[in-house]
Design a protein around this ligand. Structure first.
Ligand SMILES: [Cu+2]
Length: 116
């Protein structure tokens, strides 16, 4: 008489453990955080990022190649050379459009649109 009940509880436990594991360990490896620009395969992603004035924008180099962020009209400071996994952040305090490119590979271009 006891065996069937025990079997049922075991199944229930297994289900719960599975659901908890998914909730506690979400995979965020492929997602891009808000205000983050991924540099991947010689491209900025998103190519045009919209942020609110006062936001910090971060570039993350996911390429095996080094890249260097440079403002097209010198309105923010250029990054150092970003190696693989390198990060560079800029605070955008004023509204406007901020085009930029990679000074090592100038065909790589992007733009930050800062909304007030
Ligand atoms: Cu580059």
């Amino acid at each position: 008489m006891i065996l069937p009940v025990f079997f049922f509880l075991s199944l229930f436990d297994t289900d719960c453990a599975g659901e908890n594991a998914m909730a506690v360990f979400p995979s965020d490896r492929d997602t891009t955080a808000p205000n983050e620009i991924s540099i991947d395969n010689f491209a900025f992603n998103p190519k045009i990022l919209t942020a609110k004035a006062g936001s910090k924008v971060t570039w993350r180099n996911r390429d095996d190649t080094a890249h260097k962020i440079q403002s097209s009209d010198n309105r923010f400071q250029a990054s150092p050379v970003l190696d693989t996994k390198g990060l560079y952040s800029v605070d955008f305090r004023e509204g406007g459009e901020f085009p930029y490119f990679c000074s090592i590979h100038p065909v790589m271009q992007g733009k930050i649109v800062v909304a007030r």
